[in-house]
Design a protein around this ligand. Sequence first.
Ligand SMILES: [Fe+2]
Ligand SMILES: [Fe+2]
Length: 281
Amino acid sequence: MSTKKLKELRKWFVRRMAAVSDLHLMSRFAMCPPNFKTKEENPLMPNPGQLRLYEYYKQFCKICDEWEVDTVLLAGDLVHGQNAKERGQGLMTTKSNEQIQIAKDVLNPLIKGRSSHWVSGSGYHNSVPGMSIEEDICTHMKEKGFDANWYGTVANLEVKPFGKIINLSHGGGKAMYYRETISAREILYGKAAQVNEKLPKIDMYVHGHWHWFNYMHQANVHHLQLPCWMAYEPITLYTQAYTRYQPDIGGCLILFDSEGRITVWHFCYDLPHISDFVREI
Ligand SMILES: [Fe+2]
Ligand SMILES: [Fe+2]
């Protein structure tokens, strides 16, 4: 038994946000709820790994309820799209309408009763000629009475009542290995853009795309890379950096205390191996 004195520090959180990204719904390697049926009554059955990912997602939604999260940030890649280069391989369905329907079902418990703020994901996953699938999902939710707000590729969001600015985008860059360096550069150029009066002072960056949790807190700026809801996808592009492409699974809470200070809590879950599990020989 430790003899160290315990000290309880109290903090009051005025704003509580959830941030999620990269759901990649309808990939065979992403989370999927049970019991989804097409219009023709074809059941689209998830594999055990997909079910596990979905269970994690339900746990995260429960945490959001318990914490009375008021706002949800969605950083893109909600559905997996057409997988055109792979000619549809690795998908549960190529049909956009079905991908849109499942996204509406899955997002419903997370964004219900909260304001949600959406930016678009990778064009590869989320655009078919002349249409943005994610914008469509957001518009559907808005029409159903949800406070769902669509911003396109990037949004600078001012968090009331503190005036803190969050830069929300799906993210990008080609930093396969040393990704922290890219994040540091973004922070530096953000500061330069502010001094040159091109951008407001950005207090926090929130990005998806890399399927990787990383959080950097430097003087006056936070940089959050969000985890995802998809296991390793066995496509050729990823084989060359197999070890680096092992994703982080989960979501984050962004909490604003009574002084407007930002605290990030991450909720990361065990990684299921749907395609690359260990085989006995
Ligand atoms: Fe993604
Ligand atoms: Fe992406």
